[in-house]
Design a protein around this ligand. Sequence first.
Ligand code: F0G
Length: 350
Amino acid sequence: SPVWPGLIEAYRSRLPVSATTPVVTLHEGATPLVPAVELSRRTGCEVFLKVEGANPTGSFKDRGMTMAITKALEEGSRAVICASTGNTSASAAAYAARAGMVCAVLVPQGKIALGKLAQALVHGAKLLQVEGNFDDCLALASKLAIDYPVSLVNSVNQYRIEGQKTASFEVVDVLGDAPDVHCLPVGNAGNITAYWQGYREYESDGPATRRPRMFGFQAAGAAPIVTGQVVENPSTIATAIRIGNPASWTKALAARDESGGRIDAVTDREILAAYRLLARSEAVFVEPASAASVAGLLKVAAAGELEPGQRVVCTVTGNGLKDPEWAISGAPAPVTVPVDAAAAAAQLGL
Ligand code: F0G
């Protein structure tokens, strides 16, 4: 069809929907797989960026949310709830609005990017700022979903994983086979779980002949999977992955171990360096958490632990416009000039 129908229609046979399922879609998916020239040069590999910020609400969460809201509607739910570091709430609010459902959102007070807060509000979500971190919000949302008539749409909901696995399908559909390595930022660990499921399915009964090694990267101040211990007070500038007790922890370990991959930590400094490199050299503006995948790739390559010549895909999970703070604070303040060509030219060094 001339119009991309959204990922449920595109991958219908591989998703838990029937002919009568009321599909709720914003035509998400089919995101660009962009060759990364500078990253390829630096690593000696063939690197691509899966630009998930190109989804309707600006993050990969839309893949999971089209499925989760569709199934909630099919099952007769009138209201959904989620805990979020921002992107899940933005996506849930939008898809709930599309479905005519009520959306409740629990976010850690003062710890989500302004653009994401704006999205939840503009789409009409009922938003509560919780005096706690993401892990507290998720515990609270889970309890409310048990005790009250509201469906939980965090990634502990298997339909979220089903939707998100389609990103792996798209990578294989474009490249012709799975890459050697796939790099992802890791927070609650739903997405690495979903990608691994997608790659496994496509290899077992689809067009792929192999599976990639899965490389996950957490922020150093919020790296429970790396240290093996719950982080009581997670801290990182990458607020999207400021999570101390990931819900899909054991599934992330399975993805790592079954694929011969790794889960490592990257510092905030490394994240910001990758964030700036992506914007300046690849012209891809992502939010800080998204840059963790690229920071991790550069770190592994610099340590000599990446064989040159491999095909590598880094998912950049969210759009930079959601969290412009770090773009502005890292740049010189704009100069003001009068309406005068000579003055403008002098300031521009022309
Ligand atoms: N990147 C971004 C931009 C995210 O928003 C998230 C998670 C991740 C990476 C990590 O993905 O949790 O599946 O390991 N954001 C969630 C949220 C927690 O509430 O928006 P994950």
